[in-house]
Design a binder for this molecule. Sequence first.
Ligand SMILES: C[S@@+](CC[C@H](N)C(=O)[O-])C[C@H]1O[C@@H](n2cnc3c(N)ncnc32)[C@H](O)[C@@H]1O
Length: 285
Amino acid sequence: MSMKRIIEISLIIVVLIAGAVIIILTTGESPGEKTYPGLGQDEITIRNATNNIITYQVNKTYSGNAPERKRLKSGDIHRYKTQENLDITFSCLGKTEVRTLIPGKPYSFRYDEDNLTQLYEGSHGRPDVIDLAPYLATPMNVVEKMLEMADVNRSDVVYDLGCGDGRIVITAAKKYGARGVGIDIDPKWIKESRAAARRAGVSSLVEFRVEDATRTDISKATVVTLYLLPESNALLLPKFEKQLRPGAHVVSHNYHIPGWEEKEVDFASIEDQTGKKHSIFLYKK
Ligand SMILES: C[S@@+](CC[C@H](N)C(=O)[O-])C[C@H]1O[C@@H](n2cnc3c(N)ncnc32)[C@H](O)[C@@H]1O
């Protein structure tokens, strides 16, 4: 190998290492690795987001103990301080499921689309705040359809509860001139939302706050957007009843609001770019 080639390769390696160091310094994360607020790298949390008591067994143990049977009440969290993986067994519809849980990640038992209990990765892992849903973005064509169905215009105030990267309120501001408030429990998303609003030139119309959406005052909202889970929507229903003004719209991606059937005024099914179907439920108070 020529000297020139060796220098070229060395330079590429130096640039790659510098890039990785910059990513770690600016985000606090190793490339390709997701961290969760409120959760240590030597910790695993399991939350029960269902309405039932869940029993599961810890098989491979983090402390060398014998396999242990655990009972997790609805809404509770079990925390394991461990640097080793944790194998657990639980049953779903008579079938035994075995899962390996990894330190630094939060897990939650939730209902799947068929109302069966499954274990999912993703939850903010904070014991003091209800976990409404793990992060997943609404595809942009679904965002557009949600705003169109809610008939958003410049006199509206759109609240997105669990706003992720802020795309719903930013689109409402950019396309319709609506004001908006995005709420998320994860500071990372609020930072990203604010930066996205600046890029879209709508910072004067929108506001993003790190808050627990179950505690946010939504009385100024004329439109509320949701992409949470059915049990989270049900949890927020008393807030809608108490704080929303008559005529306010609530538009929910994929999941209905259990208990608000009589307020449902429209429904749409729409495909995203990959051909995946999405449901949109529109409610009017
Ligand atoms: C499925 S994402 C939806 C993101 C965005 N609304 C969208 O449609 O693209 C759900 C969001 O809810 C947030 N979240 C979960 N529990 C929350 C809580 N108690 N308060 C506020 N945000 C919460 C998560 O951090 C996540 O960003």
